[in-house]
Design a protein around this ligand. Structure first.
Ligand SMILES: Cc1cc2nc3c(=O)[nH]c(=O)nc-3n(C[C@H](O)[C@H](O)[C@H](O)COP(=O)(O)O)c2cc1C
Length: 458
């Protein structure tokens, strides 16, 4: 999106909203609870549900105010898949959706609070873990414009409430926002941002994605929605914001201020004070008349991990398939907290599984362990993956380690920002695969039918 683009006015439709997505959920995917805001409560609810292997959207309604808070929205692969239009190659499809549609009377600006009235401490923001430095906004999508091209970028950043108009923010993934911030600083300027809380899942999935600098992140969200993004201009910043969002916080990341931020419970399951220590000064809060506050339980919670992993799985798989024949599926399992991947493929030549693993390590610096399996192994079934390891791997020849490669510094075991990368090649060489035990399909169907009949009779 560039400044030269002419805004077009549209009446707008609610289906580009979080509330529309929530309205489509099956009743069993939704857990309604009436309770006042209480620190740690959301995290404790989600932890308990995960232990019971349940992943509903949790909605808390405050009995005094009627205000709604939701979390766990993205804790299911199936829900994430249903939330977006099927996209084969998002990078390619995004090019059709460069243009934004500007909406009049955008719901996200039904209420506008600016100047001395701004008070972020009044937002229903939760403290998540005992080690946290305070209450954190965890589901804010930060929208900023590239100071050089004007394109918009979306990314997530932990945000600690400090004062009425002051929020501590960490740009520790050192991605596009970090680059924009430093570019603004070099010109002696603050960086304007708009933080969206509560929006259509396409915005969340886009915020978790690494997008080429030549593309505007709005075009990716639009490709996932399969229609142009409907926006309105910020009230105090020159940044378009999703018209049907719940809340937007507008303001700037200050160029010349640095303050302690953290500790905070990170995706590794450990608390960390590692932070770029930036400060976000809030100039306005806009929201709907009855806004839904969206939270995302951080730490080792499934939603926190899955949102990134789901987007990586789509994008990385697509890149691998473009380069190497026979690539089938990719899973980043929860227990690997971004550091492990299982890849299935049908190698066409000896050594090709290792080539695929090296490409994957090159594409994602977080990865430390890649297990490559044959295409008849379901990478989403860990039991099958490690059965393949048990029956195909001789460590002396099928495991290789590349020492001291760039990694994510939030890994507590990393050394000087580097870690060793390990690949386990559990594929069989072409033509040398042992015979798997098998059953005739017709008898399997007959067995299922007999068991079904038995179950219905009881
Ligand atoms: C739920 C969630 C929370 C995140 N929290 C942070 C954070 O606190 N700080 C940070 O720098 N990156 C964080 N990230 C990572 C960035 O948002 C992510 O890497 C994003 O893709 C950046 O992409 P970009 O470089 O294209 O802007 C988080 C990601 C997710 C999905």
């Amino acid at each position: 999106m560039t400044d030269s683009m002419k805004p077009t006015v549209h009446s707008g439709e609610e289906h580009q909203s979080l509330r529309y997505f929530l309205s489509l959920l099956q009743p069993e995917e939704h857990l309604d609870i009436t309770a006042r805001r209480e620190d740690y409560l959301l995290s404790a609810l989600v932890e308990q549900l995960e232990q019971e292997k349940r992943f509903p959207v949790v909605e808390l309604t405050d009995p005094d105010t009627g205000r709604r808070t939701i979390c766990n929205t993205f804790a299911s692969r199936d829900r994430l898949k249903r939330a977006i239009h099927h996209v084969v190659d998002v990078e390619e499809q995004a090019d059709r959706f460069q243009e934004l549609r500007f909406v009049e009377n955008a719901p996200v600006q039904e209420v506008v609070v600016g100047g001395s009235e701004v008070n972020v401490l009044e937002l229903p923001v939760y403290r998540h873990f005992e080690g946290d430095a305070g209450r954190y906004i965890t589901s804010g999508i930060v929208i900023a414009r590239d100071p050089e091209t004007g394109r918009c970028n979306f990314s997530f950043h932990r945000m600690q409430l400090k004062d009425k108009n002051r929020i501590g923010i960490s740009l520790h993934s050192r991605g596009d926002l970090w680059r924009y911030f430093n570019s603004a600083v070099s010109q002696g300027k603050d960086l304007d941002i708009a933080v969206v809380i509560g929006a259509h899942p396409a915005y969340y999935i886009t915020g978790a994605s690494k997008i080429p600098p030549t593309q505007d992140d709005y075009s990716w969200a639009a490709a996932y929605m399969d229609e142009h993004a409907q926006v309105t201009m910020g009230k105090t910043v020159n940044i378009p914001v999703p018209a049907f969002a719940e809340y937007v916080l507008e303001g700037k990341i200050l160029a010349d201020v640095s303050e302690d931020e953290g500790p905070f419970g990170e995706y590794t399951g450990y608390s960390t004070s590692r932070s770029t220590r930036n400060v976000f000064q809030v100039t306005a809060i806009t929201h709907r008349r009855d806004p839904i506050y969206q939270d995302l339980v951080p730490g080792f919670a499934w939603e926190h991990l899955l949102l990134s992993q789901f987007t990586k799985e789509i994008i990385l798989l697509n890149k691998l398939q473009k380069e190497i024949p026979g690539i089938k599926a990719l899973n980043m399992p929860k227990n690997g907290c971004h550091f492990h991947a299982y890849l299935s493929m049908k190698p066409q030549a000896k050594g090709q599984a290792r080539q695929a693993a090296m490409l994957l390590f090159g594409l994602d610096l977080y990865l430390k362990l890649i297990v490559v399996v044959d295409d008849d192994i379901d990478v989403f079934n860990e039991e099958e993956v490690f059965w393949a390891v048990a029956t195909h791997v001789q460590a002396g020849q099928d495991v290789f380690v590349v020492p001291r490669v760039l990694c994510n510094r939030l890994d507590p075991s990393s050394v000087d920002g580097m870690s060793d990368k390990m690949c386990i090649d559990a594929t069989s060489d072409p033509g040398e695969k042992p015979q798997r035990v098998a059953l005739p399909a017709a008898v399997k169907a007959r067995a299922a039918e007999l068991l079904n009949r038995k179950e219905n009779a009881t």
